[in-house]
Design a protein around this ligand. Structure first.
Ligand code: BV8
Ligand code: ZN
Length: 250
């Protein structure tokens, strides 16, 4: 299955100096974390677009806090899957490898990936909505009800990027530079609907990269990529690693 496509991807990887990857919630699906728009993407009938906004937090801080506490709970009991580990292994093969993620779950880092560009922040950061003070809460007991208060009196929110908020300065620029210089650009586990992240694969294609999409379903990007692997990340990424190692050790 997909032998043909995998061979063409490996052939391109063998010649590449800079490989870039954009991941979305689909790569964490096989770790048991619901995607945003998949069947299990709703929480208490709310869609992400209704909760992941500054307005929602202003209007219903407890509800938004509860949603993030629930997600922190799921992520804390989840671990990286073979898709995450495959990307961590691939990082070592190239002079330059840029992993850009829309995910806030930290699973790429847990799998050993380094220098991960977190376009949308990280769910285990607490940030004061007033003074902006940030603190990692990774590994701490999860405060299920909230939001807690900062010493300045402000409300604490998760350190993620909500709809309508700009991405962390510098991170998006680094991601765009990688999209422009990579010879191979992977778009993995993302519906390619949310901007500016969704512009990255297009940018890479326009700069001459081979764009590879890995997704069991089609997306608005599917018609414009060079290789479309209609498969799950946890199944096909290890196959790419295996094929690459067979060819390079031959
Ligand atoms: C900004 C963090 C402006 C928080 C998230 C109209 C047109 C165009 C744009 C806009 C518009 N109106 C508003 C906008 C801008 C908006 C936007 O793009 N909206 C969309 C909905 C149209 N963007 C923003 O607001 C961004 N900011 O533009 O700022 C600005 C400019 C200057 C100054 C000030 C402001 C900020 C966007 C970031 C929002 N935060 N998350 C949190 O996590 O709670 S977005 C969230 O959804 C994710 O982070 C991710 O980025 C995004 C998309 O989700 P995906 O990761 O793709 O997940 P999804 O469920 O959609 O898809 C999963 C895919 O995986 C599926 O395709 C599925 O088939 C596949 N899959 C499933 N299983 C597997 C699999 N694939 C592989 N293997 C499997 N096993
Ligand atoms: Zn504060």
């Amino acid at each position: 299955m997909h032998e043909e496509e995998i061979k063409s991807v490996v052939d391109a990887l063998l010649k590449a100096r800079h490989v870039a990857v954009l991941t979305g919630s689909g790569i964490s699906a096989e770790s048991g974390i619901p995607t945003f728009r998949g069947a299990d993407g709703l929480w208490k009938k709310f869609r992400a677009e209704e909760l992941a906004t500054p307005e929602a937090f202003r209007k219903r801080p407890q509800l938004v806090w509860e949603w993030y506490a629930y997600r922190r709970q799921i992520i804390s009991s989840a671990g990286p899957n073979p898709g995450h580990f495959a990307l961590a292994e691939m990082q070592r093969w190239f002079p330059q490898f840029t992993l850009i993620t829309q995910n806030v779950d930290g699973l790429h880092q847990a799998a050993g990936s380094e220098g991960v560009l977190e376009l949308h922040g990280n769910i285990f950061i607490d940030r004061c909505a007033s003074c902006g003070r940030e603190e990692s809460v990774m590994g701490r007991p999860i405060q299920m009800s909230g939001p807690p208060k900062c010493s300045c009196g402000g409300l604490i929110r998760p350190g993620v990027v909500w709809f309508g908020e700009s991405l962390p300065a510098g991170v998006l620029e680094k991601a765009m530079a990688a999209a422009r210089s990579a010879e191979v650009f992977f778009s993995i586990g993302t519906s390619a609907l949310v901007y500016p992240a969704a512009a990255l694969p297009e940018m890479a294609g326009e700069s001459g990269a081979m764009v590879v999409e890995i997704n069991p379903e089609t997306t608005p990007l599917s018609g414009r990529v060079d290789v479309s692997l209609r498969a799950s990340a946890a199944s096909v990424l290890p196959k790419i690693v295996e094929k690459y190692k067979t060819v390079t050790s031959a």
